[in-house]
Design a protein around this ligand. Structure first.
Ligand SMILES: Nc1ncnc2c1ncn2[C@@H]1O[C@H](COP(=O)(O)OP(=O)(O)O)[C@@H](O)[C@H]1O
Ligand SMILES: [Mg+2]
Length: 311
């Protein structure tokens, strides 16, 4: 099996902090961040026990591609991508919301709708929709950015009432979110994909609002295959998804749904390899580029060197 980075423990000159996210290791400097996309995988907000070879590279390179492609529309935090698994950029003060945007009734939104809800995060939904139907227009359904536990739905009204984001800033976040989703949807369609839903994070760098984090990756987005979409909808069948949904399915079949008291089942080698292959497939489908595995004789060393060169 190929090498995989489960966690990193570097110490860089000028480093003033470290944050271990579910998937990424964030090295904090005075005004910049070096973010290492590890090979960890999370599902149901839990980090799974095994790392997935090449997953970090897949994520980092998809995000890099889309951040670059949207930079003219929405300014973002990236200053360089010095290694297939590393992005370096501006350290921002993150807004405490995630801007989720949905073009279709899928996932969490579909579950809420099925349970009878006709408003989601303060947004009214029409009657008569089926799961995975296209929405009349894309809707923003924000969530809180919880420092622990699950993110929760919140409405624009509540965000403003609680002063989580100022009205002026929120207007910009909305405008940016729609513009990014439109561009992402268009780029997806060029590859025969539907960008179903995704989420964006933003932060402030001085007075400037920047797009931060990763975008349009299979970890932050849901894609369907465009071909056959209509036929499957008409037949009332599930859509072909391009996401880590199959990992969640495997976990559910093995008795894990992220609920308290449940433990993550053992992941055998061939399942780990299968996830790795699926991520590479995702990469090639989403970007249209051939995936070139980064040489892994000493992955950690190469990451450390790449970051050192950016300081
Ligand atoms: N430019 C940035 N400035 C500040 N924070 C950022 C920036 N880019 C990403 N982040 C934060 O870094 C973290 C990335 O690690 P991730 O594995 O996604 O962690 P989490 O488990 O918190 O989602 C996220 O919390 C994200 O909000
Ligand atoms: Mg995250």
């Amino acid at each position: 099996m190929s090498a995989a980075i489960k966690e990193t423990h570097f110490q860089f000159p000028g480093q003033i902090g470290f944050y271990k996210g579910k998937v990424r290791d964030v090295y904090i400097f005075e005004d910049k961040l070096a973010v290492v996309a590890s090979d960890r995988i999370s599902a149901f907000d839990v980090v799974l026990p095994r790392a997935i070879p090449h997953k970090g590279q897949v994520l980092n390179q998809i995000a890099a591609k889309f951040l670059q492609a949207t930079a003219a529309i929405v300014p973002n935090w990236v200053t360089s991508v010095p290694h297939p698994q590393v992005t370096v950029g501006k350290k921002c003060e993150p807004f405490k919301v995630e801007m989720v945007i949905r073009g279709y009734l899928a996932g969490h939104a579909a579950r809420e709708y099925k349970a009878g809800k006709r408003t989601l995060c303060g947004v009214a939904l029409p009657d008569g929709l089926r799961e995975n139907d296209k929405l009349p227009q894309p809707i923003i359904t924000p969530t809180t950015k919880a420092s622990e536990g699950h993110d929760e739905d919140i409405s624009k009204e509540e965000i403003l009432a609680k002063g989580i984001v100022s009205p002026e800033d929120y207007a910009v976040l909305e405008k940016y979110t729609h513009a990014l989703f439109e561009k992402g949807s268009q780029m997806a369609l060029e590859k025969g994909l539907i960008l179903v839903d995704t989420k964006y994070e933003f932060g402030k760098y001085g007075d400037e609002i920047l797009l931060i984090d990763e975008i349009h990756t299979p970890d932050s987005s849901r894609y369907f295959y465009a071909e056959g979409y209509e036929a499957l909808q008409e037949a009332g069948l599930p859509q072909k998804q391009l996401s880590k949904e199959f990992v969640r399915q495997w976990l559910i079949q093995n008795g894990f749904q992220g609920k308290e008291g449940q433990s993550v089942p053992n992941m055998p080698d061939d399942f780990v390899n299968q996830i790795s292959e699926r991520y590479i497939e995702l990469y090639e489908k989403i970007t249209g580029d051939k995936f070139v595995k980064s040489a892994n004789n000493d992955l950690e060393k190469s990451i450390e060197t790449a970051i050192l060169n950016q300081l």
